[in-house]
Write a protein that binds this ligand. Structure first.
Ligand code: SF4
Ligand code: SF4
Length: 369
């Protein structure tokens, strides 16, 4: 598939959805922020619900204003698909924009599960790399549906402590039950990664070896590691359960989240994982790319996935894409890891940058000349 074909695919998708949806649904989708916000480094984050009732002590969503009560996200599956289709940053298709669900709520709570399944179904239809993170148990019927709807999905299952997990995750399922869900998902050929994020000093490092060994036993082959980010409230919450971060925080605020100094912990856990033969990713999108059977070198953490699956693109491909997106360019260069374009006219260079990054899976340099 040529790069420009993704633009045609997007137009066809928009047309098909406009034919299917009512005026009210289209209006709802247009007014929703999924129709206009840019993807984050991990891809386009999609909310399956609003709020979370699990009250993990390290959770930042409560500082962002999300409630402890849960409601499913108001857009139906097709409305969400339409919102993404009309989002100028979003490229549909197998090699298109990565999608990530589960950043600001738990997607498999009883209140959110059906909505989540609707979204998985429509994302399976357009085949974009799709990822979901969870710490819930997934029942057999749900697993069956997921494997039918979106067999290339990347599951991130969070397990960051065993012995004292209740101090950190008072209402989440037991980690051993989460491992059982991993086993069942893997038996259905679904790509599952162990999500050790956030690494909590004194908890995650203490249990890491055991967590990683069990993960390997249930069939997990990849691990995503991530440092803890704290607000003042999280700092205090963790202190109450015995985690004193005073020597690891550089900055604290009521609203902003700042990462703690945790490279040492991450490095040690990565070493343990690699010793067990597990593949370690520094960012969740690495697991998403791998599950989709693709490769990516768009940042220093790459190569991720399959290096031989990084798209083969040439100058002509890029020129056609830029032109169809409304940009005039005077020069294009494609190297192993970098794409550079010199733009002479066209607005929204940020949109062009996202398209080029997602479709070429390389770092992008844009010069306005
Ligand atoms: S499950 Fe996720 S969203 Fe819910 S409280 Fe825990 S960390 Fe926050
Ligand atoms: S190289 Fe890996 S970590 Fe970087 S953007 Fe690509 S998938 Fe993500």
């Amino acid at each position: 598939m040529k790069l420009v074909d993704y633009v045609y695919l997007k137009r066809r998708l928009i047309q098909e959805l406009e034919d299917k949806l009512s005026e009210e649904s289209k209006k709802k989708a247009r007014e929703d922020h999924h129709s206009r916000r840019p993807p984050r480094p991990c891809g386009m984050t999609v909310h399956t619900g609003i709020g979370c009732s699990l009250c993990c002590v390290y959770c930042y969503i409560y500082d962002m204003g999300f409630p402890r009560t849960v409601t499913p996200y108001p857009l139906t599956g097709l409305e969400m698909l339409y919102a993404l289709a009309i989002n100028p940053y979003f490229a549909p298709g197998r090699g298109g924009t990565m999608i990530a669900m589960g950043a600001v709520s738990e997607p498999f709570l009883p209140e959110t599960r059906d909505r989540t399944l609707e979204y998985i179904r429509v994302f399976g239809m357009i085949k974009n790399p799709t990822q979901i993170s969870t710490k819930m148990n997934i029942d057999d019927e749900t697993i069956e549906k997921i494997s039918r709807y979106c067999p290339h999905i990347s599951f991130l299952v969070t397990i960051i402590a065993l012995r004292d997990f209740r101090k950190l995750e008072p209402l989440a399922p037991d980690p051993y039950e989460r491992f059982e869900s991993c086993r069942k998902l893997i038996n259905k050929n679904i790509h599952v990664s162990l999500f050790m994020r956030p690494i909590i000093p004194g908890f995650t490092d203490r249990d890491a070896e055991e967590i990683l060994s069990i993960a390997k036993d249930v069939g997990i082959r990849t691990v995503v590691l991530g440092t803890l980010r704290v607000t003042r409230r999280i700092f205090k919450n963790l202190l109450k359960v015995g985690v004193d971060l005073s020597r690891r925080v550089r900055k604290l605020s009521d609203k902003e989240q700042y990462p703690i100094v945790g490279h040492d912990l991450k490095r040690n856990i990565a070493k343990l994982a690699e010793r067990l033969g597990l593949r370690v990713y520094e960012a969740a999108c690495g697991a998403n790319i791998e599950a989709a059977g693709l490769g990516c070198v768009a940042c220093d953490w790459g190569p991720c996935g399959y290096p031989d699956k990084i798209p083969h693109v040439d100058e002509r491909d890029i020129s056609e894409l830029c032109s169809e997106l409304g940009f005039k360019i005077s020069k294009t260069m494609v190297r192993d890891r970098i794409v550079e374009v010199h733009v002479t006219s066209g607005s929204r260079l940020d949109v062009l940058e996202k398209w080029l990054k997602e479709l070429t899976r390389r770092r992008v340099v844009i010069r306005k000349v």
